[in-house]
Design a protein around this ligand. Sequence first.
Ligand code: SAH
Length: 480
Amino acid sequence: MASPPAPPRLFPVFADLRGRAVLVVGGGTVALRKTTALLEAGAIVRLGAPALNAELAGLVEQGRIEHLHGTFAPRWLDGAWLAIAATDDDEVNRAVAEAGEAQRVWVNVVDDARASSVQIPARVDRGPLQVAISSGGAAPMLARHLRETLETQLDTSLGELAELLGRERHRIRSRFPQMGARRRFFDRLLQGAVPALLRRRQHLAAEREFGAQLHADASTARGSVALVGAGPGDPGLLTLRALRVLNEADVILHDRLVSDEVLQLVRRDAQRIEVGKQAGNHHATQDQIHALMLEHTLAGKRVVRLKGGDPFVFGRGGEELEVLRAHGIDFEVVPGITAALACAAYAGVPLTHREHAQSVRLVTAHCRESQDTLDWPALALERQTLAVYMGVAGLDRFSARLIEHGRAATTPFAIVENGSRANQRVITGALSGLAELARIHAVQSPALLIVGEVAALANTLHWFGGPPLGAPAPAVAEAA
Ligand code: SAH
């Protein structure tokens, strides 16, 4: 039995097509896509086809490409450096490939690696920086998959970094004529503040920092902190930026609330430190967290301070940044999906509703003192939704005071425990029964309480995990 020929080992090349003639054969959408890419690369495009689609015809009209009428003839290749066969007719495509072979013109036949003498890779574009991926035609889907992965991991600011390094090439060379010293400089530079400043769109500061690093000696390298929101637990709710920052971290300081699934996405060799806070000894640990952040950044490390949900929503993120600023340490903030938004979405509760709720309040009620300072008359107002964080302990008091201040005892609520995680539970009912239902179902932290008319929608709009507990069984409702 003959097995199919092994895929060729290709030699990658990046071609400079500026001002060079390229033949595209075909008049449809594929030809248009290739033509557009070739024009972007500065090529002179000649397009051969009996008929053109509207966009291609437009390009001809604007004089941006030349049109060769009729069916393919080998003389179309005269003077071309490269040809792309993009018709849906195998015979025509093959004719282009054969003519190209005879005339020593590289030919790519779209979606036919075997007929092609040159293949066009999947690529990730970051300005002058391009990553090209090819499987030699063996597994185009695998190449595409890898492209998508890289697309998510390579920040768009890499293009600007490449431009900056291009502009500064001569200065870098003259400062570090020796290859070894130059390489060490790049290692420091790429792990330091310059890429982070570009991510933050602070171009002037990035240039200044670049200049400083060019002339600094190696021992002064300083670390930085990214304060990152890890979302509620489902790793799919991380932002792309969070993922990129996690990939580059040397040290991760994370809360107990951060899920294992998210922690698995951290760079393998990064040092992970759990700085979980137990209720009760907040203050002692907060100081230790500050000390840890300082210790690692002063050692030149890239620290990620990873918090559940969003770092600026009941996350004490502000306090941590104040400490960093006071010590002159660079930081960036990556927002996360906060529990209120995630739990509402995963329980099928729209937080606002044209008929029921025109505003949402994020409230915390984790202990007696914090409940004492709440503005109860405002919280008890109708036509709004309350999203209550850390509410598990004081639920009876919380519901009693809302009712005391005028919120109807029948107002619906939903408790979302372990929102967005595999073990999510939702409990629904009326405000007067809140504490009892929570006891019956033994609600555990982390749980978020939603109060307002919209909470009842969980009973019909639930889509994740099981249906809400404590909801009236439909059979009983019908019988009544
Ligand atoms: N910064 C976090 C909140 C930290 S306070 C954020 O933006 O989400 C901790 C409280 O958040 C918990 O007591 C709970 O009320 C809520 N919470 C966080 N993650 C949760 C989750 N997955 N499910 C339900 N509640 C959650």
